[in-house]
Design a protein around this ligand. Sequence first.
Ligand code: ATP
Ligand code: MG
Length: 575
Amino acid sequence: MRYSNYFIPTYKEVPSEAEVISHQLMLRAGMIRKLTSGIYTYLPAGLRSIKKVEDIIREEMNRAGAIELLMPAVQPGELWQESGRWEYYGRELLRFKDRHNRDTCLGPTHEEVITDLVRREIQSYKQMPINFYQIQTKFRDEIRPRFGLMRGREFIMKDAYSFDVDEEGANRSYEAMYEAYSRIFQRCGLRFRAVEADTGAIGGSYSHEFMVLAETGEDQMINCTKCDYAANLERAEIRGGDDRFEAGNTPMKPLEEVDTPDIKTVEEVTSFLGISEDQLIKTLIFVADDEVVAALVRGDQELNEAKLKNLLGAQMVELASPELVAEATGAPMGFAGPVGLKTKMVADLAIQGMRDFVTGGNRNDLHLKNVNLARDFSIDRFGDLRMITPKDSCPRCGEEIKFGRGIEVGHVFKLGTKYSQTLKALFLDEQGKERHIIMGCYGIGVGRTVAAAIEQNHDKDGIIFPIPISPFEVTILPLQMHDAAVVEAAEKTYRELLDHHIDVLMDDRDERAGVKFKDADLVGIPVRVTVGSRGAKEGQMEIKLRSESETMIVSIREASAIIEEKVKGLYDSLK
Ligand code: ATP
Ligand code: MG
């Protein structure tokens, strides 16, 4: 490609609309332009990176035995009503009516469409296992689109769906995708980690998020410093026993009412009563599906909504409105407590060993002191309901854990029969018996992967692309376009590299050397080749890797062979 005949609109200023470095650099390096909130045009260089990620994904999905197809972006609301998600998906699902007044939506994901296809086309155990994938544009009306391609509203996703006759088959399909994902992100040149994620009703460790390690990541995760346990924050289990101190045999003190005028928060109550946060119990009122539920956690700990949802087996949990809290407890927000409460009550395990604690009194401006389990109230169900903290230890081996941040670029998930039940995707097994197909789903954010790679690989001058996903592998900079010897040397090397299928950008613009160097650094092409007047006269050119500071002088005659070696070396370093 010749720069003079190409389009990479770079600029120097840091764009004020972009908070994170990858977003800034993608704009400055002329890779993307915003159309409107969360919706971007991929400019030619950006598109090249996107296509390279897609090619790697395609190769690895094919290698793993998945089959490519392409489904529509526009989907009938009817199917979503059938699956039940028309009601549950919320406002990320962009809904509209067609001219016949039929409910329609833009696909944020394709479980409904693929399951509809499979229930029509697959009837026998002989047709499975099968795994379909596509690389397609999704639409999610994200509440806060931001960070460029990282969290867009319209974005490209690779999504795959596996179909199996039994659990073992489904687990094998899952493992195959896990392997494929590890290879994909390895090949993209990313430092990543697969972490356990919440599985909802499925249970087991059949949901992993692939996290690109980056301090600017939106997701928090923990990992053990000794064993290989790693999980995202909402999934991370609490080590059994860590919390359960013995109540001991000291007698319980009598229950006491204390006036706490306008004193509501944990901070206010503890300082007012002169107690520590772990002597208090927070009573949080939730709506789980349609039921009001009280969830109890220790004052110094945080409730984990995903764990609460799983313990209750609910589709959806959300904090109750102030009106509902008042109705359920008889008091305004801030004074709820378990004593005398009529709702269902669940509690975190840490509460089991507590003695003489403080709770809300279910009356305005009232708290209770010396509250005790069993004597004063009872719990319907105990469970691990809280968020992990840096004080906790690894739930597997008990060693120290570390907190970190990451960017979720991929997600593998075992679905079980969730969709095959609602959408009635059945098959006949070997005995001629009708059974539900067992499914899995597997997503990768393509644009987010490019953004995450930049977040991980850049310096003050610009992007340092991992070679497999760089818009170009090599760039040649002839520094004086009026010097025939310079142009000739550059052209010769350019032709030879093209002949060897190297992806090369020839910067044949009539620009100053400084401009060419700056743009090459900004766009981050991994191998830079420079020819200047003096070098050309002496039969020499210069090679430099974007990731290193040293330059190497080579003879023009041998240059293309050495460049090819360098390119190969960069790919090999990622194996
Ligand atoms: P998140 O928690 O970041 O919203 P998600 O759980 O909604 O992600 P999935 O439904 O599992 O994501 O989608 C699969 C993949 O698609 C994600 O791993 C991510 O890489 C990508 N993705 C999801 N939402 C977006 C978005 N708004 N913009 C860009 N990529 C996205
Ligand atoms: Mg999301």
